[in-house]
Design a protein around this ligand. Structure first.
Ligand code: HEM
Length: 410
């Protein structure tokens, strides 16, 4: 039976609020589906998404593209943006990706993620001190999760977290730059300016570290560069920006989605409160249940067959990580939140050569934040049932998450 994109409309308000029924239908009816509107194959089975992530002929490519017929000045800006973002490890393929990833991982060795626990705990506590002193309600996304995620990564990189509102502006615009085709000259101008601003900000940071190496990630990367290991200046700056920005939105939604899941499942919330030792398994379940980055994109490097479907070289493939993580062939009762679920080999951090470089950090952040929120805000409840989900198939999270944490008169 043929299915049109409309029968699987992933861009409707209902689908943004709850894409899982559509993923489920696609998985059982047409698991490898040519989605006309995206001009891409859409994969919804776990095995196919994992095969895609592991496949060496499934190439990454920067999603940003621009119109060709534009004045020279705009052409130059477009080229600059494409080149700068194109240096991100996430948009590089082996063999360069292999080298670049090794260099970045080497830089990460400057910090031991486990040793960050006390500082991450302090960052969460300081934010909650401020929020509880100033009221009885908050928006978990923008009042807590965003400043938390930015402050943590800023500290790790060794940049002042007081600049976090600057990073927020950059992050929001760079998100626009990563959605695909951009033809709005104003947006191109803004992104161009942000890249200039970010480059000069990060150049100063790198120059300072060259004078005075420390124990932060930037120093680790400067050391890698000084050891003559072929990390070019532009590549260093570009990937510093990726690290600064890459994990913010996903971490922010991991916190929002996990907390929302707990508030909607009081039995699971109670179990976690009574058994804090479950937290590591629980965080994996939050990541599976509502994966913050539910889509991985690839381009076929050659003609190939995946999930029984012949694909031609140069075609786009969307691996729906969010659908894979609800595949009943791998997760019994996949739509049930079960904070004791084991095994839980979800794909929320990807798989294969591009597996998330920040996974250990994000996991630790989750393992600290959820128990802290439950301990410090025992009366936490949802401020509204009317939640607005991001209108994107690549980001899964609510745009805000209002909660009340003290009952009036309590
Ligand atoms: C809950 C939070 C996070 C989630 C769900 C997440 C998810 C992902 C996923 C799915 C990928 C693979 C994308 C693909 O294969 O196309 C990825 C790659 C990556 N992530 Fe994360 N991420 C998170 C946090 C972070 C953090 C905190 C950082 C930075 C410290 C980070 C840095 C990266 C980098 C650099 C890559 C590219 C690795 C490569 O291409 O070799 N992520 N992430």
């Amino acid at each position: 039976m043929a299915h049109s994109s409309d029968s699987y409309n992933l861009l409707s308000a209902e689908a943004f609020a709850n894409p899982y029924p559509i993923y489920g239908r696609m998985r059982s009816e047409t698991p490898v589906y040519w989605y006309e509107r995206f001009e891409a194959w859409v994969l919804t089975r776990y095995d196919d998404v994992k095969t895609m992530l592991d496949h060496l002929e499934m190439l990454v490519v920067s999603p940003v593209s621009f119109p060709e017929d534009v004045p020279t000045e705009q052409q130059a800006k477009q080229q600059k943006i494409a080149e700068f973002l194109g240096r991100w490890v996430i948009y590089q393929n082996p063999p360069r990706q292999t080298v670049l990833r090794q260099l970045l991982s080497q830089g990460f060795k400057a910090i031991t993620i486990r040793d960050l626990r006390p500082r991450i705990q302090a960052i969460a506590d300081e934010l909650l001190d401020e929020l509880t002193a100033n009221g009885e309600e908050m928006d978990v996304i923008w009042d807590f999760s965003f400043p938390f995620a930015v402050t943590v990564i800023a500290e790790i990189l060794g940049v002042p977290s007081s600049d976090r509102y600057l990073f927020k502006a950059w992050a929001l615009k760079l998100r626009d730059a990563n959605i695909g085709y951009i033809d709005d000259p104003e947006l191109i101008d803004e992104i161009d300016q942000i890249i200039d601003a970010a480059k000069s900000y990060l150049s100063v940071l790198v120059a300072e570290r060259r004078q005075n190496l420390g124990g932060d990630l930037t120093s680790g990367l400067v050391r890698v560069q000084e050891d003559g290991r072929m990390l070019e200046d532009e590549e260093l700056l570009s990937n510093l920006l990726l690290l600064l920005f890459g994990g913010q939105e996903t971490t922010m939604h991991m916190i929002g989605n996990g907390l929302l899941a707990l508030l909607k499942h009081p039995d699971q919330c109670q179990m976690l409160k009574e058994n804090p030792g479950l937290i590591e398994i629980a965080v994996e379940e939050f990541l599976r249940y509502e994966s913050p980055g539910p889509l991985a994109m690839r381009i076929t490097g050659t003609d190939l067959t995946l999930g029984g479907q012949v694909m031609c070289a140069g075609q786009k493939v969307f691996g729906m990580v969010g659908a894979a993580n609800r595949d009943p062939a791998h997760f019994p009762e996949p739509d049930r939140l079960d904070i004791t679920r084991q095994p839980n080999r979800h794909l929320a951090f990807g798989h294969g050569v591009h597996f998330c470089l920040g996974a250990a950090l994000a996991r630790l952040e989750g393992q600290i934040v959820f128990p802290t929120l439950l301990r410090r805000l025992p009366q936490l409840r949802l401020g509204t049932e009317d939640l607005d989900w991001c209108r994107s198939i690549a980001i899964r999270g609510t745009t805000t998450l209002p909660v009340v944490f003290k009952l009036k008169g309590y």
